[in-house]
Every structure is written in structure tokens, then in C-alpha cells.
Write a protein that binds this ligand. Structure first.
Ligand code: E4P
Length: 214
């Protein structure tokens, strides 16, 4: 399973990229809005200089034609740009048209397996089920990943399953076990994933022993 970073923050992307674990980046309008004053196009282009992999940029139109227009524009920004559209019938129209232009799409805000199946049939490159937001409703979000992964596998669908709305380190491992191709993670969760008290205690002990050697 590939690891993407879910942010539009350049410092976080630069840091995580230096760890050598990043295969891509996802952004959305909320994440863009957190980067006060940042221009959408230049942010995506700067991210593309830091990470050599798919960079999702999200459309804001509600109609398929508007999403298509935005998508055609985004695709000019960098060859690694993936056009993000919502899991709606208008989103499907945009996916279908963009695929004819060989432009890759990420269908976001997916909350059931039918949306995932239809997105794939329309030609989506990535489907993004939102695990954390499903968990918030009291339903197990990971079941959604498992169902979509199984449907895709059983019907030899090539669309990649991206586990989104990741809230904690366990979500990453459970996504991998459930068959996701990608997990997109907030920087905080990537950091938490590499923390273990026994690692810190072990380092301290090794250093103390090293200093005390004769
Ligand atoms: C995915 O591409 C989305 O940007 C993201 O995972 C949304 O997560 P949230 O529920 O934490 O906003």
C-alpha cells in the first residue's frame, strides 16, 4: 500500500518527502484554505517539485461541465495532477469526459460501494472512501474499504482504492489489511505512526551504555 500525504502545507510535504515514504499528495478545498493566501495553481506546482507521484487537486464546481472545465485547466499545471471530483452523478459525467482526454481522476467523498463501482465504470483512476467520517457516524469505516476492495478485485477493476479521512495510525494498518492501494494521511498521523516509547527508551539506553563504556 502506498502512502500519500493529505495536506497542502509545503513544509509538511517537504519533511515527509525527505523520509522517502511518499508516493503522492492529496489536497482539498479545506486543506487549501488552511494555507492562507496560497494560490491553488502555484501550490500544486510546488508540491509537484517535491513529490514525484500523483497530486490530487479538487474541483469546486457542482456541475459536470464546470468540473470538466476545471479539470482540463488543472491538467495543464503538471502531468502528475489528478483531478478530484465528488461522488455525484455530475462527478461521474466529469470523470467520463476527462477519461476521454486521458486525464486521471480521483473520485472523492465516497461513502458507499455503489459510488465506488460507478466511479470505476465511468473511468476513475482513484476512488476515495472516507474512513474517518464513516466512523464518526458510528459505522465501521474500514468495512467500506474491505467491500470496495473486494468488489474491485472480484471484477478485475483497475481503479485504485485510496483510504481517506485517516485519523490515527491504526487506520493506516487496517487500510493495508483491508486491501486499500493507498492511504492518504495527515502529517500528524504519519509522525504518530513512527513513534514508540520502547524505541525512545532503547535509544536512551544505548546512548547511556555507549557513554559509560571504558
Ligand atoms: C482525501 O483526499 C481528503 O482530503 C481527506 O482525507 C479528508 O479527510 P477529513 O475527513 O479528515 O477532512
Amino acid at each position: 500500500m502506498h502512502i500519500y500525504l493529505d495536506t497542502a502545507n509545503i513544509d509538511e510535504i517537504r519533511e515527509a518527502a525527505s523520509w522517502g515514504i511518499l508516493s503522492g499528495v492529496t489536497t482539498n478545498p479545506t486543506l487549501m484554505a488552511k494555507e492562507k493566501g496560497a494560490d491553488h495553481k502555484s501550490t500544486i506546482q510546488e508540491i509537484a517539485t517535491l513529490v514525484d507521484g500523483p497530486i490530487s487537486a479538487e474541483t469546486i464546481s457542482l456541475d459536470g461541465e464546470g468540473m470538466l472545465r476545471e479539470g482540463l485547466d488543472f491538467a495543464e499545471w503538471h502531468p502528475n495532477v489528478i483531478v478530484k471530483v465528488p461522488s455525484t452523478t455530475e462527478g461521474l459525467k466529469a470523470v467520463y469526459q476527462l477519461a476521454k482526454h486521458n486525464i486521471r481522476t480521483n473520485v472523492t467523498l465516497c461513502f458507499n460501494a455503489s459510488q465506488a463501482l460507478f466511479a470505476a465504470r465511468a473511468g476513475a483512476f482513484i476512488i476515495s472512501p472516507f474512513v474517518g467520517r464513516v466512523d464518526d457516524t458510528g459505522i465501521d469505516g474500514m468495512t467500506l474499504i474491505r467491500e470496495i476492495a473486494q468488489v474491485y478485485r472480484q471484477h478485475e477493476i483497475k481503479t485504485m482504492v485510496l483510504s481517506a479521512s485517516i485519523r490515527h495510525p491504526r487506520h493506516i494498518i487496517d487500510s493495508a489489511l483491508a486491501g486499500a492501494d493507498i492511504a492518504t494521511c495527515p502529517f500528524k498521523v504519519l509522525n504518530q505512526s513512527m513513534k514508540h516509547p520502547l524505541t525512545d527508551i532503547g535509544i536512551e539506553k544505548f546512548l547511556a551504555d555507549w557513554k559509560s563504556r571504558q
